[in-house]
Design a protein around this ligand. Structure first.
Ligand code: KIV
Length: 270
C-alpha cells in the first residue's frame, strides 16, 4: 500500500496523487459500521453510503424511495465503523431539486460524517456543483447510467453507446469538472468512452461497469459477496475465491482492482 494512509485517513489529495501516479484506488458501497471496518481494513480507499441501500437493504426495485433520513442514519453507522477511508454519501432522489434544499441536505449529510457528496446528473447539476463546491462541500458527479432517472431512461441500460450521446457525456463531464466537481463517477458506459473521459479530466474518475481504464473502481458490497437479487454483467462475486470469508472477499476485490485483474473483459461494455 502506498503512503497515503500515513495520517490514517484518505483524502481527495491522495486520490489525485494516485491518479497522477497511475495507481488504481478502490471504492465500495457499504451501509453499516461492521462492514465499513472490514472494508477499510482491507484497503478500500473510498466508502460510499450509496442510495443503492434502497435496493439491497430495503428491497425496493429502485433507489427512488430512499430519504435523507435513511442516508443520515446509514452515514452515521458507517462513520462509526470506518477506519480511515474517505466517506462519500449519496444525495437521494429529489434532495437537490432546489438551492435551499441542496444546501440544507448536503450540510446534514456532511454533519453525519460525509466528506464528499454524490449527485446524479450531467449539465443540469453544474450550478448545484458550483454552489456546493464554493461552500466547501466536495462533489462527486455521477454520470452515465443514473439510477435515480430510471423512469426517464426506461430501464437500467448502458449509456453513451452512440456517438452523439457519447459526445454529450464527454462535454458534460468537462463542464462538471470546470464547475468544481472533485470526483466523477461513470456507471455503465463503454470502455472507450470511460477511457477518453478519464484521460481528459484532471479529477479522479471512478467506474462501475465502465471498464478497467478509470482511475478507481466501485462495487456494491452485496455484489462483491454475491448476495444481490440481481447480478449485472459488470459485477463479480469475490466470496467464491476467498479463503477468509467476507474479509477475504473484500480483500480479493481490493487486490484485483489494484493489480488490474478486475474488471476483466467479461465485465465490460464495448
Ligand atoms: O448507490 C450506489 O451504491 C452507487 C454505486 C452503485 C455507484 O451509486
Amino acid at each position: 500500500m502506498s503512503t497515503h494512509r500515513k495520517a490514517g485517513a484518505v483524502t481527495l489529495t491522495n486520490l489525485k496523487k494516485m491518479k497522477r501516479a497511475g495507481e488504481k484506488f478502490v471504492c465500495l458501497a457499504a451501509y453499516d459500521a461492521c462492514f465499513a471496518g472490514v472494508a477499510a481494513r482491507a484497503g478500500v480507499e473510498v466508502l460510499l453510503v450509496g442510495d443503492s441501500l434502497g435496493m439491497v437493504l430495503q428491497g425496493h426495485d429502485s433507489t427512488l424511495p430512499v430519504t435523507m433520513n435513511d442516508m443520515i442514519y446509514h452515514m452515521n453507522c458507517v462513520k462509526r465503523g470506518n477506519e480511515g477511508a474517505l466517506l462519500m454519501g449519496d444525495m437521494p432522489f429529489m434532495s437537490y431539486a432546489s438551492e435551499s434544499q441542496t444546501l440544507q441536505n448536503a450540510a446534514a449529510l456532511m454533519r453525519a460524517g460525509a466528506q464528499v457528496v454524490k449527485l446524479e446528473g450531467g449539465a443540469w447539476i453544474a450550478n448545484t456543483t458550483r454552489l456546493l463546491a464554493e461552500r466547501g462541500i466536495p462533489v462527486c458527479a455521477h454520470m452515465g447510467l443514473t439510477p435515480q432517472s430510471v423512469n426517464r431512461i426506461g430501464g437500467f441500460h448502458v449509456q453513451g453507446r452512440d456517438t452523439s450521446q457519447a459526445r454529450s457525456i464527454i462535454e458534460e463531464a468537462q463542464l462538471l469538472e470546470e464547475s468544481g466537481a472533485s470526483l466523477l463517477l461513470l456507471e455503465c458506459v463503454p470502455v472507450a468512452l470511460a477511457k477518453t473521459i478519464t484521460e481528459l479530466l484532471e479529477i479522479p474518475v471512478i467506474g462501475i461497469g465502465a471498464g478497467p481504464e478509470t482511475d478507481g473502481q466501485i462495487m456494491v458490497l452485496h455484489d462483491v459477496l454475491g448476495i444481490s437479487p440481481i447480478t449485472p454483467k459488470f459485477v463479480k462475486n469475490f466470496l467464491t475465491e476467498s479463503e477468509d470469508g467476507i474479509p477475504g472477499a473484500v480483500k480479493a476485490y481490493v487486490t484485483a482492482v489494484k493489480n488490474g485483474r478486475f474488471p476483466a473483459r467479461e465485465h465490460c461494455f464495448h
